[in-house]
Write a protein that binds this ligand. Structure first.
Ligand SMILES: C[S@@+](CC[C@H](N)C(=O)[O-])C[C@H]1O[C@@H](n2cnc3c(N)ncnc32)[C@H](O)[C@@H]1O
Length: 224
């Protein structure tokens, strides 16, 4: 049997970890991935210098985008103070970051973002919200856009006493189902879909508390 975990407790967990700059089992303080760095370096002049980072967490991807010259709307459910504190107001890229405290599913995408990043966040949303968010983003893309998504599928979570846990309302995609959804939504885009096994350990028990198959999606809209 799966024991339900409330969305409110997920919210409180991240608000506390981010406020105190604490690392978590998933490594919130990690640097940007090599895959993302390679993508960012490859982006040419045809891509609008606007970006959206959904579920920015400690803000590492947001900062990388701003340093690379993008104006970034950074969305997370946690208060923006920690990100504002992290970005040094005197740097020449800080003014490009516009943090928004809001649920990703409530953020209305109504513009053409050159880059959209959603890393380790979409699995928390309901399926219909994931799909409507990505469909809207695709509908507003005008050409030479890039979407970089890392999404957990086939998740199994356990409490320290070994009970299976499930977060209320979460998408709960199997790898196959998620792959089909992505292929449908990004029809006509150049799509790279990579899969890797992922596990996180409970530092107290040493046992795995989270196991999943991580999908990395790199979608490129052919220049219009
Ligand atoms: C695992 S962290 C990932 C942070 C960052 N993207 C990274 O990879 O370093 C998940 C983040 O998503 C945020 N989050 C979870 N559900 C959300 C939602 N429905 N809307 C907005 N943010 C959400 C959490 O507050 C947390 O900051």
């Amino acid at each position: 049997m799966n024991h339900p975990v409330s969305r409110a407790s997920v919210h409180a967990f991240y608000a506390d970890a981010i406020l105190h700059g604490r690392n978590t089992a998933e490594n919130l303080q990690a640097a940007t991935s090599e895959r993302f760095n390679t993508l960012l370096e490859s982006i040419g002049d045809a891509t609008p210098r606007t970006a959206l980072d959904l579920g920015y967490g400690a803000g590492t991807y947001t900062i990388a985008l701003a340093r690379a010259g993008f104006r970034v709307i950074a969305v997370d459910q946690v208060p923006s103070d920690s990100l504002l504190h992290r970005i040094d107001g005197t740097s020449d890229w800080a003014h490009r970051i516009d943090p928004r405290e809001c649920l990703a599913e409530n953020f209305a995408i109504d513009q053409d973002f050159g880059v959209i990043v959603a890393k380790d966040v979409l699995h928390y949303l309901a399926r219909r919200d994931v799909e409507s968010l990505l469909t809207t983003a695709v509908a507003h893309a005008r050409g030479a856009n890039y979407h970089y998504l890392e999404v957990f599928t086939g998740i199994s979570r356990r409490s320290s006493d070994g009970r299976l846990l499930r977060i209320e309302g979460e998408a709960d995609y199997s790898p196959d189902c998620f792959g089909h959804v992505i292929e449908q939504i990004y029809d006509g885009w150049d799509l790279t879909l990579l899969w890797s096994e992922h596990a996180e350990q409970d530092s107290r028990t040493g046992r795995n508390c989270f196991e999943a198959t991580r999908a990395t999606v790199i979608a490129a809209n052919p220049a219009a």
